[in-house]
Design a binder for this molecule. Sequence first.
Ligand code: GLC
Length: 602
Amino acid sequence: MMLKPIKNLITCFLFLLIFHSTFAQKNTNKRAEWFTDARFGMFIHWGVYSGAEGYWKGEKLRNNNDYAEWLLYRNRIDRDEYVTLLDRFDWDDINPEEWVILAKESGMKYVTITAKHHDGFALWDSKTGNYDLGDFTSPKRDIIKELADACKKHGLKLGLYYSHWVDWEHGFGWDHTREIYGISAEEYDQYWQEKVIPQIRELLTNYGEISMLWFDMWIHHSNSVVTKDQLLQLKSLIRDLQPNCLVNSRLGLSIEEDSDIDFKTLGDNQLGSKKEDFPWQSPATVAHSWGFHSSDNQWKSTTTLLKSLIGNASLNGNFMLNIGPRANGDVPYEISQRMLEMGNWLKVNGEAIYGAQAFDLDKDQHDWGKITCKQDGDKFKLYLHVYTWPLNKKLNLTGIVAPPENVYLLADKQKSPLSFSHSEAFTQISLTNDEPDNYISVVVAEYDSKPEIVDDLVAKTVDGGYSLLPQNQSTADESLIISRLERHGTVPRHVLIDTEKTFKWKIYIDEPGEKLFDVSYSFQNKKSNSKITVKAAGQTLSHSVLPTGKTVGEPNQNWHIDNYKSNRIGKIQFEGKGFYEIEMHIQPAKNEELNFQWLWVK
Ligand code: GLC
């Protein structure tokens, strides 16, 4: 009885198999290929502000968003007095090569330094104006030159951050107090033509190959004083002088608007949330401030930072992690320590990051970690980054049709095979008792060629269940409005159901037998006539909706929220291994509504 529908479903699934012929990141242009492969770089925020360490005349930086490099603006410092901070610099100790060595040992492939930050002070011996290191050091120092030489020596690419929009030094640069006092278009253009353009020309002429110019306008140009023509003038200067130099989207032009922009920069410390086919990057700090701040203390752990790098790589993104050296050049131990630990991890596991890409499983919800992939010679490799080593030592991989040829730990030079079982679109790998890495261990699944996938399956969780959500149905339902987490996450994501609604999911059952079904929702009336039915494997379960009442979100704060409660609705027998469709129908009675959260099958 059961077998026929299963067979039909399997046939249907085979038709639905998604054959991806092109590899991800098809929009990477030639110029950006190295960047896409590099995945990991160093950001350096260092400048006059580094001498203040977050304090000016005994007062902390005037903003809870303690960005130390914003000191001049936040504490309303006169630009001439501001440079007295250079007195604290220990020029004998400052050696940019040490930063480059740290980047290299940390497994980073490029370095991007703040050549000129918002304070308008240039870290090189600029011939434009008199607010640059050449004017304030004797003998003259040129940090860009020193860094460029060190990058060349150690084989790293060099990127330069240049604050084009904001400049607090030039009489006509953009300073946010101009939101009150204004500035004319002519005045701003004077700043542009006599400072930005010549300085960019200097940077692209005197320091050899510059691999990236990193601009920093975090709003669209149409909301700023900068005109599109000014931005295009700047971009064409760059293309003329160094055609291979990458330009980021914080130039003020989005990559959607101008396909000649090489990569998208996300917000500060914003990590990727979806796979993109164009190059992109997250700028990130180890704690909070970019420039050195002596009160910075929220240090992210090495594991957290590695997860950020891996998570971005698994979505085709890049990760640029910042150091804020002190005025003697020292990098805070909390930063260098973590970076070196990341470097040690990359020495073993770098193959899974450099040149690796997102895999095609769009519904990749494996709860044990993230997947990257690579065509490596004649092998296609999936890298399974296992964030949490499963307690039962079984790693569930859902959605891949072919069995792997070989499975092994990336840390194991012998590539001792790990045993696995495979059926249809489900692979289960038997892991070693102990994870090989203290941070994150990587398992390699090797295939002869890129395996086909079934994209719309809900992955089996580490504890052997299936979490069926409004957002992971086999076909996305655009009409659903899925709420955000509310009230600090005490109110979970849910959908309001006030008319009949059907949900459909696909799962692969590798362990046939009886499965329990639980549904979580909130229902606020005293009594209900609403019904939920679930159909799978030719069987039907019915559930009469029950009131779930309220709960206290946070003790002692008069914070009362709707309760979301798991209700056992019954069991269904799955006779054989195979693909199954789970259909759930919610039928609210007249004038009743409920908030559906999830269906759990195990
Ligand atoms: C912001 C800040 C700046 C920092 C940058 C790093 O734009 O203004 O201080 O350099 O983000 O991403």
